[in-house]
Design a protein around this ligand. Structure first.
Ligand SMILES: [Cu+2]
Length: 77
């Protein structure tokens, strides 16, 4: 059973969402904001990118039901 504390994971340029019944990976495409960050600086090359926020619990697993934002498309020059 999960408690209600949570934090965002920033999903970057993902074509497929991570498995919703497993720990969310932590790498360049899955940025974890679990230290109370109010902002994050992402170093991305110019071009088309996508960003999406997924709420994870204290075990870094998605909540059930899943709390996920719409994917945002961005273009960097
Ligand atoms: Cu997490």
């Amino acid at each position: 059973m999960h408690i209600t504390a949570g934090h965002h994971h920033v999903l970057i340029d993902l074509e497929r969402l991570p498995e919703m019944d497993q720990r969310i990976p932590r790498d360049a495409n899955h940025v974890r904001l679990d230290e109370g960050e109010m902002e994050v600086l992402l170093a991305l090359p110019p071009g088309e990118h996508s960003v999406q926020f997924l709420l994870g619990d204290e075990e870094h697993e998605p909540f059930e039901p899943t709390l996920i934002a719409k994917k945002i498309g961005i273009t960097l020059e």
